[in-house]
Design a protein around this ligand. Structure first.
Ligand code: ADE
Ligand code: ZN
Length: 346
């Protein structure tokens, strides 16, 4: 039986909003809205180089990844106390629940905070408490993935891992983010090998701005289970075959790619090409406070740009559960709900 019936273009946004989905690529510091940045700055007595929320938002015009990262790390400077990390994550979970995100795996960047004198416990305990409450109060399951900043040294990553290990029950995986070009995965091969021995799930940003070669080394040297972004993979036919054959998920972030000028417009985005080549692509928001939209905006704007239909919507949502790090029984429950949503959709 074909589960996915054709859906008229004007009804697709409703289906995209209603369908349950998982978000697998969200930097929690990238969910910090300008209003919350100003509120936390006031609460903590931190001076900001912007006079108002509007002035800060006006600065969100990016030309590439680095131009964004400079402002993103500056925004995180208002986070000092455990409650600040809790409040940031709580605000994200409220948006996620509104968008029918039923499971999420959050990236966090501890080095951005420990370098300012904030302790690892402050960061992890605040975020973890928000995850526990999201499940209990909103029905959104959530877990944490600690990311190493790739513009820093491998030694710094090893030290960060050491600091985090006493709290290892509070995060499930390790990722790699920040400026990609010039910081290839191989720079972190030994620390990822150690994280693998420790039993963490492994992911890495690769092929966002960087070449397909970085996707190959993320797979073969870091041994990651998912590739974050990975959109440059379409430049390498052999890599596309490998990703399809091994069902390596790509956590694609269309509005991020648009705002960081990876693609000139959403109509030129290669999401459909990735799906049609049999890759396990997913849709995610990356840094929604900076890129103009949370999950449902990513879905509706990408589909509005054309060339994607209800079958693609189903595959994207299904891929998000299959590629997640939840257990098989939870995956099956979510996929059942997804199937019911599609079956009942008029
Ligand atoms: N950190 C936050 N967002 C990022 C992105 N899109 N790429 C790399 N590092 C990031
Ligand atoms: Zn990212």
């Amino acid at each position: 039986m074909n589960l996915v019936k054709p859906v008229a273009a004007d009804r697709l946004p409703a289906l995209l909003r209603q369908m349950p989905k998982a978000e697998l690529h969200i930097h929690i510091e990238g969910s910090l809205e300008p209003e919350l940045i100003f509120a936390l700055a006031r609460r903590n007595g931190v001076a900001l180089p912007y006079a108002s929320v509007d002035e800060l938002r006006g600065a969100y015009a990016f030309t590439n990844l680095q131009s964004f990262l400079d402002i993103y790390y500056a925004g995180a400077s208002v986070l000092l106390k455990e409650q600040d990390f809790y409040d940031m994550a709580r605000a994200y979970f409220l948006k996620a629940a509104e968008d029918n995100v039923v499971h999420t795996e959050l990236f966090f960047d501890p080095q951005t905070h420990t370098a300012r004198g904030v302790s690892m416990q402050t960061v992890i305990n605040g975020l973890h408490r928000a995850c526990v409450d999201a499940q209990a109060e909103l029905g959104v399951s959530a877990s944490l993935i600690l990311c190493f900043l790739r513009h820093l040294s491998e030694q710094d990553a090893f030290e960060t891992l050491e600091q985090a290990l006493p709290l290892q029950d509070k995060f499930i995986g390790i990722g790699l983010d920040s400026g990609e070009v010039g910081n290839p995965p191989e720079k972190f091969a030994r620390v990822f090998a150690r994280c693998r021995e420790l039993g963490f799930h492994l992911v890495a940003h690769a092929g966002e701005e960087g070449p397909p070669a970085y996707v190959w080394t993320a797979l073969d040297l870091l041994k990651v289970e998912r590739i974050d972004h990975g959109v440059q993979s379409s430049r390498d036919a052999l890599l596309m075959q490998r990703l399809a054959k091994d069902r390596i998920a790509l956590t694609v972030c269309p509005l991020s790619n648009l705002k960081l000028c990876v693609f000139p417009d959403l109509a030129s985005h290669n999401l459909r090409q990735l799906l049609d080549a049999g890759l396990a692509a997913t849709v995610n928001s990356d840094d929604p406070a900076y890129f103009g939209g949370y999950m449902n905006e990513n879905f509706t704007q990408t589909f509005a740009a054309g060339r994607l239909n209800a079958e693609h919507a189903y595959r994207l949502a299904r891929n998000s559960f299959e590629a997640s790090f939840i257990d098989d029984a939870a995956k099956a429950r979510h996929i059942d709900r997804l199937n019911q949503t599609f079956a009942a959709f008029q």
